[in-house]
Design a protein around this ligand. Structure first.
Ligand code: GTP
Ligand code: MG
Length: 309
């Protein structure tokens, strides 16, 4: 193992925040040494509770995350926060900085905040988010909060890494609730109607309840919060604990590695897929000529990329 990685490990074990920051940068960029570090910390991973917040832009996710962190601190938990923005190519950029609302916790040594942004690789963001979670987990954070901006497919994929997934909605979304269209409700363990100071909140909560009580064995709690006032946060923290307890530890242990394997495989195949390969051109031609279906072409392309690796 390189000296640098060993130094990082010593720093991490000593609870050094600068070492944590450097270890995160290392795994985020997948710098050589990442594998060694992840291997070395693997036995210390799996203790933290990972809570994901996702939902439509402006629903109040960041404010809610800030209020939840406050509630966690009240309960004596140490916290890691990861804000993920798949739409932004910047890492830790100003855009994201404005979108997370953590200034209140800036001086608290028990709260560590980090932003992650897209590097344009399919599955890449999920991979780096999962590795950053592992590093914070091994560092000893009790709870790691993951906030994703927006509600598209990649956000769902990232949010899916969390043990407990929370979908935040704003009041008055009407019938075509944005979150439902993006397939985001399916991953929710808890639904939150934030901005409950708005009179439409009650109706939105009832609409969501009507949509999610379909199957008897999966009754998803619908909670109301006023994030700006810190209202409803105790109930939310309790609901998160309950959802987590219901999951059981064996499921949790297997889930994260499985999801990570899937996204890493996708990322790997994507990076191996050479679109300048004449065989790829040929497939595209056959597709254009209607000689093969998209499924057949994709299957062939998959084989091509697997052969290259
Ligand atoms: N009235 C009211 N406003 C709220 C509440 N929670 C958040 N807001 C406001 O809603 C706006 C958006 O809040 P954010 O926390 O930035 O929302 P977000 O979902 O993180 O937004 P993006 O990260 O841009 O997608 C801000 O002006 C907040 O002050 C609430 O409970 N009630
Ligand atoms: Mg935000």
């Amino acid at each position: 193992m390189p000296h640098k990685t060993e130094d990082l490990l010593i720093g991490l074990r000593a609870g050094n925040r600068a070492a944590l920051a450097r270890a995160i940068t290392l795994v985020e960029n997948n710098t050589p040494g990442t594998g060694d570090l992840l291997q070395a910390i693997s036995s210390a991973v799996g203790q933290a509770l990972v809570v994901g917040f996702t939902g439509a832009p402006g629903a109040g996710k960041s404010t809610l995350v800030g209020a939840y962190v406050k509630e966690l601190r009240r309960r004596g938990k140490s916290v890691g926060v990861i804000a993920v923005d798949p739409s932004s190519p910047l890492s830790g950029g100003a855009v994201l900085g404005d979108r997370i609302r953590m200034s209140e916790h800036a001086d608290d040594p028990e709260v560590f905040v980090r932003s992650l942004a897209s590097r344009g690789h399919l599955g890449g963001l999920s991979r780096s988010a999962a590795h950053v979670i592992d590093v914070m987990d091994a560092f000893g954070k009790d709870v790691i909060v993951l906030e994703t901006v927006g509600a598209g497919q990649s956000e769902v994929e990232v949010a899916d890494i969390a043990d407990v997934k929370i979908v935040v909605c704003a009041p008055g979304l009407g019938d075509d609730i944005q979150a439902i269209k993006a397939g985001i409700l399916e991953i929710a363990d808890i639904l939150v109607v934030n901005k409950a100071d708005n009179p439409l909140a009650e109706r939105t909560a009832r609409q969501l309840e009507a949509r999610t009580t379909g199957s008897a064995n999966r009754k998803i709690p619908v909670l109301k919060t006023i994030a700006v006032e810190g209202e409803g946060l105790e109930a939310l923290a309790e609901a998160i604990e309950t959802a987590h307890a219901l999951q059981g530890s064996s499921q949790k242990e297997k889930e994260r590695p499985r999801k990570l394997l899937k996204t890493t495989t996708l990322e790997f195949l994507g990076s191996q897929l050479d679109q300048k390969d004449p065989a790829f051109d040929k497939l595209a031609e056959m597709l254009a000529g209607g000689e093969i279906s998209f499924e057949e072409a994709a299957r062939e392309a998959l084989l091509l990329s697997a052969r290259r690796s």
